[in-house]
Design a protein around this ligand. Structure first.
Ligand code: UDP
Ligand code: MG
Length: 324
């Protein structure tokens, strides 16, 4: 890797006391002599075990460790987002704290970033997880690729590399971290997928169960909305509403014509239909206007974060770029 480039590694931690020390040692071994300027940012996402103590021990021994301590558990996406906010490296790599991602893949990722890609996605080709994870994830990846038009084999892999400017434009919440490549496609980026090693979880428990599937799908709907219509919500709501209102107008005309010219009773299912579509159409248009206003508020309020930080350690040190 280009020796003058600095690197930030961002790691979300939620109850991983047995893992963090081993992980940090692995990372150091990989980076030694290879990357000169780096920081390893751990985000303690409201752990209830001794993760924070283990991280503080690491920081005592090694000043490249930086810690963001959340006030409570805000979720993996918020943790990654906080890391993105405070990181200072030219290149940024995210990975899980549970040792399932292999730091040995870091050089491959850096190489691709050096080649000019903005995002390098890890693809867990031989995934070491239970079937209850692998099966929904197989269909999930197909669905997300289809809907977002950003085709990837593995949306769920946290091991990824980014250029600094990409991470600085992202705000994540919910289960959004898995859609980073899709969200980033909005700003026009070059991305690539490379196979990475995946390992079984040895210590601690997975933080997610089957319930995640639903949250992932709900977030997909909002991503699709964000990608396609977030700038002009009135265009989807509006066209649907106009369509319904014009249908109602036509059936209304027809039923009036029949009543006054043919003397038929207007009190028929068609009348109910007419009233229904007219009202619904009107409502949908107003909903679109509301969404339009919300979009403005959202874009203006983009600088607000979902998470709150109790304290940080190490960020007062000199910028990693100033280190020799
Ligand atoms: N994680 C987190 N906050 C949470 C849940 C998870 O920071 O609310 C971290 C967790 O410590 C791990 C990573 O996110 O480093 C992935 O979690 P996990 O291994 O449980 O997910 P899985 O691999 O089972 O999908
Ligand atoms: Mg895991």
């Amino acid at each position: 890797m280009n020796k003058s480039r600095s690197l930030s590694i961002v790691i979300p931690v939620y109850n991983e006391e047995e893992n963090v020390t081993i992980l940090f040692d692995e990372i150091k071994k990989v980076l030694e002599g290879f990357v000169k300027k780096y920081e390893v940012i751990f985000i303690n996402d409201g752990s209830t075990d001794n993760s924070l103590e283990r991280l503080m021990d690491l920081r005592k021994k090694d000043k490249s460790v930086r810690i963001i301590n959340f006030r409570k558990n805000f979720g993996q996406s918020s943790a990654i987002s906080a890391g993105f906010e405070l990181c200072t490296g030219d290149y940024v790599i995210t990975l899980d704290a549970d040792l399932q991602n292999d730091p040995a893949n870091i050089p491959d990722i850096l190489e691709k970033l050096n080649e000019g890609f903005d995002i390098v996605n890890g693809w867990r080709k031989k995934r070491k997880d239970s079937l209850t994870k692998k099966i929904p994830s197989y269909f999930g990846n197909k669905l997300v690729s289809f809907i977002t038009k950003v085709k990837l084999h593995d949306y769920g892999c946290t091991l990824r590399g980014f250029k600094k400017d990409v991470v600085k434009t992202l705000k994540l919440y919910g289960e959004m971290h898995r859609y980073i490549p899709a969200i980033a496609s909005r700003i026009g980026i070059r991305s690539i997928e490379i196979p990475v090693n995946h390992r079984e979880r040895r210590f601690g428990k997975s933080k997610y169960g089957l319930g995640r599937t639903f949250r992932v799908i709900l977030d997909l709907i909002s991503i699709k909305y964000l990608l396609s219509f977030s700038h002009r919500p009135l265009q989807i709501f509006g066209s649907l509403g106009m369509l319904m209102m014009s249908t109602g107008f036509l059936t209304g005309l027809y039923i009036t014509y029949e009543k006054y010219f043919l003397g038929k009773s207007a009190d028929r299912p068609l009348l109910t239909f007419t009233v229904l579509v007219l009202f619904l159409g009107f409502q949908i248009i107003t909903l679109g206007l509301l969404a339009e206003m919300l979009t403005r508020v959202y874009h203006e309020g983009l600088n607000k974060n979902v998470y709150t930080i109790r304290e940080t350690y190490g960020f007062e040190d000199e910028n990693i770029d100033d280190r020799t």
